[in-house]
Design a protein around this ligand. Structure first.
Ligand code: SAM
Length: 262
């Protein structure tokens, strides 16, 4: 069994909790605000059972399974991390969602093997910050979206072009060289260049910061043995604190948006 999946399933078994999308959320929703973050973006994008979704940078597949379970959408997840795709496949079968969720190893900057224009919703959460080649990333999103479809994105942004980096590690990068944060203007311009017009934009930095502060204050939630630590690693609390510090200093914020192909 894929290693993170084995750790997660063993932890759930030790707690006597049956496997399902809801109980997996603390382990497999690998972005700020957890399942509430996914639900917030899904509400903004108005996900329905008719949607064919591609989740770019799907991690261990938590959001993909949530969209399939809550809305009945069909979701195809792509991630470059082989071990996480293996875990995602295992957890998807454990949830009985393999008929609605498919998963593939791949680079979000180069998805030539994936059929163009096939997806009514291109979905991505907390991936852009780790992608250096934004042009290729946004071009992929534009290539995959169906006519009349939309892009839904949830990412950490710099509050200004010159805002300093946070301390490292952070949830998306071990060191500065692996982090590629941009500000709102650069994001909007990049999307426009790729052929998207932003229709809905929500800055949820204040809400996210309050949630992170609350989690850090609650013993057992952001500790070395909580859910994300079983997937990401034991330095998870340090990563969360560094994100919190960058947000509290006013250097970073969180934005979710929906953009239409033009
Ligand atoms: C912070 S995790 C978020 C995972 C998932 N979107 C979620 O919200 O639970 C970022 C993910 O992006 C993936 N990723 C980063 N750059 C990528 C790339 N160029 N191609 C494919 N996946 C990438 C990483 O492997 C990781 O799984």
């Amino acid at each position: 069994m894929a290693e993170p999946a084995a750790r997660i399933l063993a932890d759930l078994a030790a707690r006597g909790r049956p496997v399902g999308v809801e109980v997996l959320a603390p382990y497999d929703e690998l972005h700020a605000m957890g399942k509430a973050g996914t639900d917030g973006l899904a509400a903004l994008a108005e996900v329905t059972a008719a949607d064919r979704v591609v989740d770019l940078g799907c991690g261990t597949g938590g959001p993909a399974r949530r969209l399939a379970a809550r809305f009945g959408a069909r979701v195809h997840g792509i991630d470059r991390h082989r071990g996480w795709i293996a875990a995602a496949r295992h957890l998807t079968v454990a949830c009985g969602l393999q008929d609605r969720v498919s998963l593939a190893v791949g680079n979000v900057c180069d998805t030539d093997g994936t059929e163009a224009g096939r997806f009514t919703l291109v979905w991505t959460q907390h991936v852009g910050m780790a992608v250096a080649d934004k042009r290729a990333f946004f071009a992929t999103a534009r290539r995959l979206v169906a006519p009349g479809g939309r892009l839904a994105l949830f990412d950490v942004l710099r509050t200004g072009a010159d805002s300093p980096d946070p301390a490292f590690p952070v949830p998306w990068a071990d060191r500065a060289a692996d982090s590629h944060l941009i500000d709102a203007e650069t994001l909007t311009r990049g999307l426009a260049t790729a052929g998207f017009r932003v229709r809905l934009w929500q800055d949820v930095g204040a809400e996210a910061l309050a949630r992170i502060e609350a989690a850090l204050a609650r013993p057992g939630l952001v500790t070395a043995d909580d859910g994300p630590a079983l997937t990401v690693g034991p330095d998870w609390p340090e990563r969360v604190r560094n994100l919190r510090d960058g947000m509290a200093a006013g250097h970073l914020t969180l934005v979710r948006l929906v953009a239409d192909p033009v």
